[in-house]
Design a protein around this ligand. Structure first.
Ligand SMILES: C[S@@+](CC[C@H](N)C(=O)[O-])C[C@H]1O[C@@H](n2cnc3c(N)ncnc32)[C@H](O)[C@@H]1O
Length: 275
C-alpha cells in the first residue's frame, strides 16, 4: 500500500483544528508524529490524502471522527499511584481535610485516562480514612476521550498495568481472572461505586455543569503540558473557581503553575492550595 505523506498545508489545518477543539498545542516539528498517528485511520477510511481526511473530519457531525482523532492524538499514558510524593503529602494532610470538611469530600480527576488515577484515589481513601466513621465521598473522573473512559469504567487491567501496585491493594480491591495466556485484574464494585465517570473536554467543555460542586481536591496531572500558556491559564482560573476554600490542585511533576498561580499557594512540588 502506498505510504501517505502529510503535507505542510494539511498539517496546518489539522494543527489548527486540534488546537481549537482539543486544546493540544502541536509545534511545527510534530508533523511526523501527526502523520504517524493518523495514517492508519486515514487508510482505514479509504481516503487518499490527509487533506481528504481533514474535509471528512470537519464534515462529520456525529462526533465519531472527532473521537478517533482525540484518541489518536492524545497521550494516554498513566499508572496506579503515579507521582508518589503527592500520595505521601495527601496522607499527612488527610486528617486536617476531614476535620474541616466534616466527612464530605468532593474530588475531581480531570483527565483520568483509563482510570488508574481515580481508582488510586478511591483505594487511597479506603485505606486511610478512619474506619469508625461514615463519609460522603464522590470522585468525579473525566476525560475527553470516550475510548479511555470506557476502559476506565470497565476497570479491567492487565498484570503489566498492575505491576507497580502493592499486592495488598491487588488482593483487597481487585479480583483476578485468567484470560487466554494472561491474568486480568477486575476492580471491585466497592471502588467503582465511589466514582462517577463522564466525558468532559477541559478546553471546550461547559463548566456550568460543574458550578454547583465545590471540589476539595482537583487532580489535573500530565495533561496541561500539552496545552499552550493561554489555555493553561484559563484552565487554572477555572480550577480556582471550582475549588472550595483551601482546596487543593495537584498537577503533574513535569508541570508548573509559574506565572499563573494567582490565588494559589505552592505547598510542595506540583501541589497548590487555593488561598
Ligand atoms: C497523559 S494522560 C494523564 C492521565 C492521568 N491524569 C495521569 O497523570 O496519569 C493525559 C489525558 O488527558 C486527556 N486529554 C487530552 N486533552 C484533553 C482535553 N482537552 N480535555 C480533557 N482531557 C484531555 C487524554 O485523553 C489523556 O487521557
Amino acid at each position: 500500500m502506498q505510504r501517505l505523506v502529510l503535507k505542510r498545508k494539511e498539517f496546518m489545518l489539522l494543527q489548527a483544528f486540534i488546537y481549537e477543539h482539543i486544546g493540544i498545542s502541536l509545534g511545527d516539528h510534530k508533523i511526523y508524529l501527526v502523520q504517524a498517528r493518523l495514517a492508519k485511520r486515514v487508510k482505514a477510511l479509504g481516503l487518499e490524502s490527509f487533506g481528504a481526511y481533514y474535509d471528512f473530519l470537519v464534515a462529520d457531525q456525529s462526533g465519531v471522527e472527532f473521537e478517533y482523532l482525540s484518541s489518536l492524538i492524545s497521550t494516554n499514558v498513566t499508572s496506579f499511584f503515579r507521582e508518589a510524593k503527592q500520595w505521601e503529602y495527601l496522607k499527612s494532610y488527610l486528617p486536617t481535610l476531614l476535620e474541616k470538611k466534616e466527612g464530605k469530600l468532593r474530588i475531581w480527576s480531570a483527565a483520568c485516562s483509563s482510570g488508574e488515577e481515580p481508582y488510586s484515589i478511591a483505594m487511597f481513601l479506603k485505606e486511610y480514612l478512619p474506619r469508625d466513621k461514615t463519609y460522603d465521598i464522590k470522585i468525579l473522573a473525566t476525560d475527553v476521550s470516550s475510548k479511555v473512559l470506557k476502559m476506565a469504567m470497565r476497570g479491567v487491567y492487565t498484570s503489566k498495568a498492575c505491576a507497580n501496585l502493592d499486592t495488598h491493594y491487588l488482593k483487597s480491591y481487585f479480583s483476578e481472572h485468567p484470560h487466554e495466556s494472561q491474568r486480568l485484574y477486575h476492580v471491585s464494585p466497592s471502588l467503582k461505586q465511589m466514582i462517577v465517570f463522564r466525558e468532559f473536554n477541559l478546553v471546550t467543555g461547559d463548566y456550568r455543569l460543574l458550578e454547583s460542586v465545590r471540589f476539595d481536591i482537583i487532580f489535573c496531572r500530565n495533561v496541561m503540558i500539552y496545552f499552550d500558556k493561554p489555555t493553561q491559564n484559563r484552565l487554572v482560573e477555572r480550577f480556582y473557581t471550582l475549588l472550595g476554600k483551601e482546596g487543593y490542585l495537584f498537577i503533574g511533576s513535569s508541570e508548573a503553575l509559574t506565572d499563573m498561580k494567582k490565588g494559589f499557594y505552592s505547598k510542595s512540588a506540583s501541589i497548590y492550595q487555593k488561598v
